[in-house]
Design a protein around this ligand. Structure first.
Ligand code: PAF
Length: 297
């Protein structure tokens, strides 16, 4: 059943068939559709994606679904922040024109037994410490695409590996849509916006700045001409290690297009890191681009 959210001027769809019917109607009218998949707990990072979609498409669907299949058994599924009404208000103010918010039983009917798995880009970095995470992401995003039928889908570059995995999925499975990667949105002091920042205590919030500081060091080293990814990685590690509460999961400098390991930085490379501060696992990254350097000269 289609439900108009109480006092919020947006129509919320709860089932794939209703969502598809709405999108098909819009397409018949010749409208373009943007989709912004989220797990709710919207912050300025999500809102920047909704604004980008609203600027580039006639209609913007925000999806809100806390996807159980991308959480590991010891992760924060149970306590993940949920406030649909407040998320919908924010989404409408940023330009969303409809919302898709299915229940878990609708997304995963009993006996669901099909997964979408990417087997290359998804294996290292976050894929190593969160073994089923990307399988959960690719499966749910495929289902969101099949329900929303978008022309474009917007994802933040903070989840850099996710962005590349989804691009590869769209290419390899011939989804008829374009993935648009949008810049990381940061707090004024540099911390990348994330729904998980809410878990940080005051002290952890200060300690969390070591991620951005580490990336600043990587950028500086690159500007100073260092091209060895291992040397850059070690410099970042030395800096983050100075923060006692920081537990490093990984710091990697890899090829920016497919995350393959590199000997030297000749093409754009990404420095990606995952660090747990207290109990909160945070990720961040920066892209080092030799081309950009050449352009500036
Ligand atoms: O980036 C996220 O919030 C999630 O991984 C996504 C893409 C909405 C899939 O659940």
């Amino acid at each position: 059943m289609t439900v108009a959210a109480k006092n919020i001027p947006i129509t919320v769809f709860r089932t794939p068939s209703e969502m598809q019917a709405w999108s098909r109607d819009r397409r018949r009218e010749g409208k373009t559709i943007g989709c912004v998949p989220t797990m709710g707990a919207l912050h300025d990072g999500h809102l920047s994606l909704i604004r980008a979609s609203a600027a580039g498409c006639d209609e913007t669907i925000v999806t809100i679904f806390v996807n159980p299949t991308q959480f590991g058994p010891d992760e924060d599924l149970g306590k993940y922040p949920r406030d649909e009404a407040s998320d919908l208000k924010l989404a409408v103010a940023a330009g969303a024109t409809s919302a898709y918010c299915p229940a878990v039983e609708v997304m995963y009917p009993e006996n669901s037994s099909v997964h979408v798995v990417e087997v290359n880009i998804s294996t290292g970095l976050c894929g190593e410490s969160r073994p089923f995470h990307f399988r959960g992401v690719t499966t749910v995003v495929s289902k969101l695409f099949n329900a929303c039928l978008p022309d474009r889908a917007y994802f933040g570059m903070k989840d850099y590996q996710q962005l590349l995995v989804l691009r590869r999925m769209v290419r390899d499975l011939d989804f008829l849509l374009e993935i648009v990667g949008c810049p990381i949105v940061r707090e004024p002091d540099g911390l990348a916006m994330s729904s998980r920042n809410k878990y940080l205590t005051d002290k952890a919030r200060v300690d969390a700045l070591c991620l951005r500081k580490g990336l600043d060091i990587a950028e500086q080293a690159f500007e100073n001409g260092i091209r060895d990814p291992k040397v850059i990685g070690e410099m970042v590690r030395d800096s983050i290690k100075q923060v006692e509460s920081a537990e490093i999961d990984y710091i990697e400098c890899r090829d920016a297009e497919d995350l393959s390991e590199i000997e030297t930085i000749e093409n754009p490379a990404v420095v990606a890191l995952a660090v747990t501060i207290g109990k909160t696992r945070l990720i961040d990254n920066t892209v080092l681009s030799p081309d950009k350097e050449r352009k500036d000269v």
